[in-house]
Ligand binder design. Structure first.
Ligand code: C5P
Length: 219
């Protein structure tokens, strides 16, 4: 069983995907974390975020691993836990540039399909229903107002000890959505057969319940 959850930044995709995966004993794959890890590798290597050839060279030299931890998927670069380092404002501000590079996407999509394999998976991202798993059994497109998404991210950051202004977060979200939905390859787009779910006025539990019902109908 394959479940694809796509949508704009901070719509709650990973929060609900993690819970549903745990409840149903599915593997959760956070594809955004993969593009963030590529961005961190570029940053650490002092490589321009648009320099595809150099970033690909660095990717070949550095070992990226994704492990499903107790609470969330952890990301390691050369054995070092970078799960927090990939979520800083600097990485968030530049990830869309790196993720728009065709060679990087090709590598990540290949890895994502391999990770999905024959397993029961819930994968979240921007192009899962359109490109990575076009035959997914359930496709969901999660949306929410920019204001509510910014507020959620602000609270999430606060919990992680990262401070960023609410207005700045709102601006960053809009900018990232614009870049992600206007890039040439696999832009953020609702798959024609995806079910749109507006989470603006829904609690996490309500979204989890709706998605679980959709999955159970297909089982
Ligand atoms: O989901 P998250 O906000 O962590 O994703 C970070 C960035 O990674 C997105 O803004 C987008 O540029 C990129 N991304 C992507 N395709 C995916 C998942 C994420 O291009 N499937």
């Amino acid at each position: 069983m394959q479940v694809a959850i796509d949508g704009p930044a901070s719509a709650g995709k990973s929060t609900v995907a993690k819970i549903v995966a745990k409840n149903l004993n599915f593997i959760y794959i956070d594809t955004g974390a993969m593009y963030r890890a590529c961005t961190l590798i570029a940053q650490k290597g002092n490589v321009d975020y648009g320099d595809e050839a150099e970033i690909l060279k660095l990717l070949a030299k550095n070992k990226i691993e994704f492990k499903n931890g107790e609470k969330e998927q952890k990301v390691f670069i050369n054995g070092q836990d970078v799960s927090l380092a990939i979520r800083t404002p600097e990485i968030t501000a530049n990830v869309s540039q790196v993720s728009a590079l065709p060679g990087i996407r090709e590598k990540m999509v290949e890895l994502q399909r391999k990770m999905a394999g024959e397993n029961n998976v819930i994968m979240d991202g921007r192009d899962i229903g359109t490109t990575v798993l076009p035959n997914a059994d359930v496709k969901i497109f999660l949306i929410a107002s920019v204001a509510s998404r910014a507020k959620r991210r602000f609270l999430d950051f606060k919990e992680k000890g990262i401070h960023q202004d609410l207005a700045e977060i709102e601006h960053d979200i809009e900018e990232r959505d614009y870049k992600d939905s206007h890039r040439k390859i696999s832009p953020l787009k609702k798959a024609t057969d995806a079910i749109e779910l507006d989470t603006t006025n829904l609690t996490i539990d309500e979204v989890v319940a709706k998605i679980t019902t959709l999955i159970e109908k297909k089982q």
